[in-house]
Design a protein around this ligand. Structure first.
Ligand SMILES: [Zn+2]
Length: 344
């Protein structure tokens, strides 16, 4: 029997730096940056959207090898099945099952195809660690219960005022030229989603299996990129030597073959990693107050201040001149080489 496939699952809310972390991890030996694998069936197979390497997914040689082992003719049905099984309204039942110690997401005939996907990815890339940045906690719970998978969960958390601000930016799904926009929930909805996904991530993994769980805050990641990536690599079982860092906060990126995720996954070359703090200046007082009120229990849990510019954030406040991870278009204009690891 084959050894289990180690999957580093990036869990939490969107716009928290997961695309950056995935792309950077993909530069290490023995790691494959798969991207958001829950979207492989719809955005990859059905819609043939670009792979991280720039080719339409069905034209990418690497995914060509993997796809040969999958029931691609059933991709649309598998995608629809996943959407149905991962609905928000199923969360209370999911958590109840988890508390009782049974599979949080019940078995389904498509699970064989999902297990085959991870096994085929590991086999064709030769990777010891597959990074899946799907983020959605229920999907992570589903993957963790598949046969042949060893799941480790990296929980990325970012200040909810920053993520709510980031969600409002207009961005094409696969870059600025893409007419299909990434979703733009109102700040109140973004705040509630932040609270739900981060709370569920803690319930599923931090409370039950702390050895397979690592929590990293975006603000700490951008304050000390190299040191934080070292910690993540060690947690994933990856040799931190030979990574892409050319300085404490600069990486040299080569193309990955990631599926879906933030358009910034297509960026290559030298990329400085700094925090996007535009929200500190540009998020309205009303939105700030609304997001703060809605996410109050999570702010305390994850160590974020109530007041703007409060003391708890590890990220240096007010460094408005250096913008990159999580930055949007305005930052790209100012600093084209460093902008935009935004939501992922
Ligand atoms: Zn590719």
């Amino acid at each position: 029997m084959n050894p289990p496939v180690r999957v580093l699952y990036l869990a939490g809310s969107g716009r928290s730096g997961s695309t950056l972390v995935t792309t950077v991890l993909g530069q290490y030996d023995g790691v494959f940056a798969a991207g958001e694998l829950r979207y492989l069936w719809q955005r990859g197979e059905v819609e043939n959207r670009p792979c991280g390497c720039g080719r339409p997914l069905r034209d990418c040689p690497l995914w060509g090898e993997v796809r040969r082992e999958l029931p691609t003719d059933r991709a649309a049905a598998i995608a629809a099945g996943l959407r149905g099984r991962l609905r928000m309204r199923g969360l209370p039942a999911l958590l109840r099952r988890h508390r009782r110690g049974v599979r949080p997401v019940p078995e389904h005939p498509d699970d064989a195809a999902l297990a085959d996907l991870y096994a085929a990815v590991a086999r064709h890339t030769g990777a010891r660690v597959v990074v899946d940045s799907s983020k959605l906690p229920p999907y992570g719970a589903l993957v963790g219960a598949l046969p042949g998978i060893e799941l480790r969960v990296l929980h990325l958390v970012r200040d909810p005022r920053a993520t709510a601000f980031s969600w409002r930016r207009r961005r094409g799904l696969d870059g600025d030229a893409d007419p299909e926009l990434m979703s733009r929930p109102p700040v109140g909805k973004a705040a509630l989603l932040w609270l739900v996904w981060n709370t569920v991530t803690v319930r599923l993994w931090a409370d039950r299996a702390p050895a397979g769980y690592l929590r990293v805050r975006y603000e700490d990641l951008t304050a000390e990129p190299e040191a934080t990536l070292r910690r993540i690599a060690a947690f994933a079982g990856v040799d931190p030597a030979g990574g892409p860092f050319t300085g404490p906060a600069t990486v040299r990126l080569t193309p990955t073959h990631s599926v879906a995720g933030n358009p910034s996954r297509h960026r290559t070359g030298p990329v400085p990693i700094t925090a996007d703090v535009q929200w500190r200046r540009d998020l309205s007082r009303r939105s700030y107050a609304l997001v703060t009120a809605l996410t109050a229990p999570g702010l305390r849990r994850f160590g974020y201040p109530w007041r703007r510019g409060g003391p708890a954030a590890a990220n240096p406040a007010g460094s408005g001149s250096s913008v990159a991870v999580g930055s949007g278009r305005s930052a790209q204009v100012r600093q084209p080489a460093s902008a935009g690891h935004e939501e992922g």
